[in-house]
Design a protein around this ligand. Sequence first.
Ligand code: GDP
Length: 191
Amino acid sequence: MKLTSAQLIARITTGDDIPEQDLEHVAFIGRSNVGKSSVINTLTTKKDLAKPSATPGFTKSINFYLINKKFFLVDLPGYGYAQGSLKDKIRLQQLIEWYLTYPDLTRKQLIVLIVDAKVGLTELDEQMVILLQKLNKRVIVLANKIDKLKKNDVAKQISAIKLAVEPYPVIPFSAKQKVGIPLVNKEIFNF
Ligand code: GDP
């Protein structure tokens, strides 16, 4: 994707209205620290569109960016931040579920679920996959931090992730080494 413009349109929390325009949503979701901000910034070639927050996991809003005046890039809060209080975790989970179950959005949403290529799916990731399947979402999985794997382990680990998220497609990715960008541009931004 050639980024010609990106505008922060809204920061939304539970109970707010979602921007009404009839545009597609590309919504990024993943465990806290999986590299979601890095992925968004790499893909949009903007250094700080999604600012990695000083206190990870505590971005309490859902941020809507209008990209190229064509679609919304939706930055959801990361789930499962280990140091968060139970109350914070529940609130974040509710916020994510509120967005995912918001009426009449599914047909215009593409969910990009980011997982850690080396760690594989955590229990929370598995729960998210189950929820996304239940809600009939269109989903693409980005296996980020592929650079952390030894060359010989890449194919095996990607197969394991594919099996765990079936039937969703999996794109091997590295925000750090900028691996996987052409495939993402083709699969995600050309809908
Ligand atoms: P977020 O909490 O999901 O938004 O994650 P961040 O983007 O803040 O990244 C969390 C940590 O993972 C930071 O230390 C990043 O530098 C690191 N990171 C992100 N992407 C990659 C990657 O592709 N490879 C490696 N090795 N580290 C990464």
